[in-house]
Ligand binder design. Sequence first.
Ligand code: SF4
Ligand code: SF4
Length: 188
Amino acid sequence: MKKQLAFYIDAKRCIGCFTCAMACKNQYHQESGVIWRDVYELKEEIYPHRERAFYSLACNHCENPTCLNVCPVVAYYKREADGVVVHEQDKCIGCGNCIRSCPYGAPRYNPVLKRAEKCSFCWQRLDDDRKPACVLSCPTEALQIVDLAEFDEANAVQYPAGFPRYPSLNPSVRFRLPAMPKMIRRKL
Ligand code: SF4
Ligand code: SF4
């Protein structure tokens, strides 16, 4: 397998502090309402415990990105060297095809520029040997980058409960499931 970078989301460590999402917004001076990374609290049907659990999610830099396939002006490309999916905003005409087609809701519409945008995996920082802003900022190391060509964490899963399953896209993301409390205090 070729090198494919992926976010590894360790829900056992995540405390839902939103630092990663804020670091992303700060890094790119995003417009109000434009969010590339967000932190989601697991719903009670999935995690029925008084302690809460979170997934920090952004673009999954899929092996077969539908955003790239539906773009009429070739504003997306996938980097050969590391599999990162890049959106070139200067080519974008704001048609919204990528926004509508991505089942993970990763591309967002920028109402000021009238164009799409999404997580870039901070490729400029990667090329400078630096971590993405979200990964660097996480105080608990709940967000990491891994190369799927070498990654062999036995407990990692690609599709945890509640995360949409799209094998045709093959999202480049892995999760460690949240801890299960020993006692369930909620009355059943
Ligand atoms: S998650 Fe969506 S925007 Fe990101 S690469 Fe996959 S299809 Fe494209
Ligand atoms: S910064 Fe780390 S601990 Fe905080 S929400 Fe993001 S992933 Fe979770």
